[in-house]
Each structure stands twice: as structure tokens, then as C-alpha cells.
Design a protein around this ligand. Structure first.
Ligand code: GLU
Length: 330
């Protein structure tokens, strides 16, 4: 497996869920925005199964997620079930590529062994949904070890590998969220491979987006703060960066973010209640500002209506009246 170079002729987008649970209404919004954006641009859409965290991932969830996407009318040109030139589309089967990227980073002195055992290492393979799930920036203990200190630690412990985050600012123009700027120092060094061999989300997502020729990353706004880390990896690996667009989160009428744990808003539960996919699509399109009022719509008929979603700091509200409309059948 080799990372292709050069710009693909067509725009290429993707949806990349982790199969550790069922898709919920917020995932449906991000998937719809990613799909519409690329269909509007006449590009190609790809589905990737982000299952590098093997203990947390279940093939059965991947299957249900795919059924839910098809129920919504969101198909993919490449990915599981349909195959494609960049197969396999499951991260658990792409570890050779991550290892090759690590070798490049090691040769360029961008990584160092880390012997710390902080709680954060537990979830390094999962996308950090919001800063609070990440904890404070790594203070850099192992960055500054002397050779002797390193050798003493290496004798008793397998290290993780940590990426040396440059201290310069990282900025980018987000197609939905606007201009963003971050200080590399504040973000801190992050783990790209755990001592037990598990690869980190940030590394895997960058390697795969590059290898699959992705030009447009459209995903939930809770991953905004991952983007500068990913930009640093693209730079260190000498890879071209995609455009980024972060989809606002959804919340209830009082602006409280919907919790993933709220099982009544999973697509499976909504389907089970008899909610029509076209109502859910129409409601999300209205919240995004693509149509003036909630009305049933198919994803395909919204393609001409796609426009960047203005991002607010607060989650976009879906009030009880809208949820009642979603569940009604007349
Ligand atoms: N697999 C990640 C998640 O489920 C999303 C990765 C991405 O879109 O960059 O949260």
C-alpha cells in the first residue's frame, strides 16, 4: 500500500464513523452535509470504517450504521459492501500504512518514545469529541529525557510513540466555521501509537484521508480541535491537506447539546418508531438552512440546495415542536 501523490481529478469526500455504537441524529446531520457537499460538487463519496480501536468496535455496529445511511438515502461510491480502488476500507486492515507513516516520522525525528501512563492513553484511538474528552495538553515529560533516562525507562517498560507538536500557530479557513487559529504549544504532543501497538486516531485519519485522495473533510464540529493536529501531521508527512468543513452540533430547544447516550435519537430508534427518513432529512435540511421550513425531502432532491452551514458556537436547536413534526405521519 502506498500513499498516492498528486491531486485527484475529482473532489472526494467521506464519512468515517467509528463502529462503537449506533448512529444518532448528530451523525446523520454530519453525514448528510458531507454527502450533499460532495454530490453538489459532482465528486465522489466514500465510506470508511474507523475501527482501529478493536476492543471498542463491533462489526455488527458497522453493518447497522451502513443500513442506517442507506435508509437515509446516503450512498457511497467506494467503501464496505461496494469495494473500490482504495480497499480495504476498514482501518483495522490498514495498519501497514500507519506503520510506514510512523517510520517516516521517526526518520525525520518527529516522534519520541513516551513512558508515561496517563489515563489519556486509554482512548487515543478514538476521535476526541470536544476538548473536555482530551484532558489538558501533555506537559512534555518524556520529550526532554536524556539518553540515560530513556534507557533506564526502556529497560522496564514499552514506550508509546508521541508526535512532537511544533510550537508555531496552526491556522486554517474552515468552510463552515470560518477562520481558526491554534497555538501548537497549547495543543501539546500527542500519541500516535500506544505501547500495546494500537495506532492513534489522529495518525490513522490523516494517513487514510491522504491515501484515499480525500479533498474535502466534512465532519462534526466536535472534531474542530483535532484539525490543527492533523495539519501538523500532514506537514510532517509531506502530504497535501484537504479542505475542512465542520458541521454544527445539534441540541434541544434550550441549546443543550443532544447526548449520544440519548437512545431515543439514534437512527435505529427513530426508524423503529416508524419515523420516515424523508422527514428526518427534511428537518435536518431546514436546520441547516437549505430549505425554508421542515418538509419531507429526499437527500437526492436536496443536492441543488446545498450551501455552507453557518456555524454558531451553540448547538443548532431542534425544539420539541420540530421533534413532534418529525414523529408525525400526516
Ligand atoms: N471516526 C471518527 C468518529 O467517529 C470521525 C473521524 C473524522 O471524521 O475525521 O468520530
Amino acid at each position: 500500500m502506498k500513499i498516492p501523490s498528486g491531486t485527484p481529478a475529482k473532489r472526494r469526500g467521506r464519512f468515517a464513523p467509528t463502529p462503537s455504537g449506533l448512529l444518532h441524529i448528530g451523525n446523520a446531520f454530519a453525514a448528510l452535509a458531507a454527502w450533499l457537499q460532495i454530490r453538489h460538487a459532482g465528486g465522489e463519496f466514500l465510506l470508511r470504517v474507523e475501527d482501529i480501536d478493536k476492543p471498542r468496535s463491533r462489526p455488527a455496529f458497522a453493518e447497522r450504521q451502513q443500513d442506517d445511511l442507506l435508509w437515509l438515502g446516503l450512498d457511497w461510491d467506494e467503501g464496505p459492501r461496494v469495494g473500490g480502488p482504495h480497499a480495504p476500507y476498514e482501518q483495522s486492515r490498514r495498519e501497514e500504512l500507519y506503520e510506514a507513516a510512523l517510520e517516516t516520522l521517526l526518520a525525520a525525528n518527529r516522534l519520541y518514545p513516551c513512558y508515561c501512563s496517563r489515563a489519556e492513553l486509554a482512548s487515543v484511538a478514538s476521535a476526541p469529541h470536544g476538548l473536555s474528552s482530551e484532558g489538558p495538553a501533555y506537559p512534555g515529560f518524556c520529550r526532554h529525557l536524556t539518553e540515560e533516562e530513556r534507557a533506564a525507562k526502556a529497560a522496564v517498560k514499552e514506550p508509546a510513540l508521541r508526535f512532537r507538536m511544533p510550537s508555531e500557530p496552526f491556522s486554517f479557513e474552515d468552510a463552515f466555521a470560518g477562520f481558526r487559529s491554534y497555538s501548537g504549544d497549547a495543543l501539546g504532543d500527542f500519541v500516535v501509537k500506544r505501547a500495546d501497538g494500537m495506532y492513534g486516531y489522529q495518525l490513522a485519519v490523516v494517513v487514510d484521508d491522504a491515501a484515499m485522495g480525500i479533498t474535502d473533510v466534512v465532519r462534526g464540529a466536535d472534531l474542530l480541535d483535532s484539525t490543527p493536529r492533523q495539519l501538523a501531521l500532514y506537514e510532517a508527512l509531506g502530504l497535501p491537506t484537504p479542505r475542512f468543513a465542520h458541521v454544527p452540533l445539534l441540541g434541544d430547544g434550550s441549546g443543550e447539546r443532544f447526548s449520544k447516550r440519548d437512545k431515543s435519537l439514534t437512527l435505529a430508534a427513530l426508524r423503529g418508531e416508524g419515523v420516515q427518513a424523508e422527514r428526518l432529512i427534511g428537518l435536518l435540511a431546514h436546520v441547516a438552512g437549505w430549505i425554508d421550513r421542515p418538509e419531507p425531502a429526499s437527500a437526492a432532491e436536496l443536492i441543488p440546495h446545498f450551501a455552507p452551514i453557518r456555524t454558531a458556537e451553540q448547538p443548532l436547536p431542534i425544539g420539541d415542536d420540530m421533534l413532534r413534526w418529525l414523529r408525525s405521519t400526516f
